[in-house]
Each structure stands twice: as C-alpha cells, then as structure tokens.
Write a protein that binds this ligand. Sequence first.
Ligand code: FES
Length: 110
Amino acid sequence: MTNHEYLLHVTDQSGTEHTLEGLEGWRVMEIIRDYGLPIKAECGGACACATCHVYVADDWLDRLEPMSGEEREKLDDAMMVEDNSRLSCQILMDEKRSGLHVTLAPGSEP
Ligand code: FES
C-alpha cells in the first residue's frame, strides 16, 4: 500500500459535482462515505445490501475490473439499474482508477 492519493469525481443525487481524494486500495464507497456524501452503504462493503449503487461514466466502464457474480446478483436488489450500474464498494481505488467519475444512484441516499 502506498500513500498516493487518487482523484474521484462524484455527482450526487441532486446533480452537484464533488472531487474527492482517496488512498490506494480504498473502496470507492468508503471514500464517498468518509467525505460525508449521501450514500447509505448499509452493509459496510460486504456486497450484501446494494445501497452503494452508482452509475459509472461511460468512458470509465472498460477501465474497471469486471463485475463478480456476487456483485451482479446483488445489483438485482437495487432500484433503477442501468447498463453502467455498479456497487461502489466493489471498486477499489488505484492508479488506473484515478479520475474515475461516478454518479450516486437514486435510492442509495441514507
Ligand atoms: S455497501 Fe453494501 S453492497 Fe456495497
């Protein structure tokens, strides 16, 4: 683990954009939650609740690790799932993900 900080762009449910910084290896959900943005993330990152649902900007979709079967299954419990839906607790921040842009999905607010 290094001390590098990477940028994460987040659009919240009201359309406001935020630029956050997170350390390597952090879950995108943890970065969003620690900045106090409205994300429920009820299960704390265990891929068990789907309340950390985000939409990934189209130009970033190919640059994420593929979804696990577990994540795909859990996403079925989320509302308004789209082709670019992901669970933000399943995306880890690292150099390749610096600059990632996600939008908080409706229903993920606390
Ligand atoms: S925090 Fe529960 S599935 Fe991501």
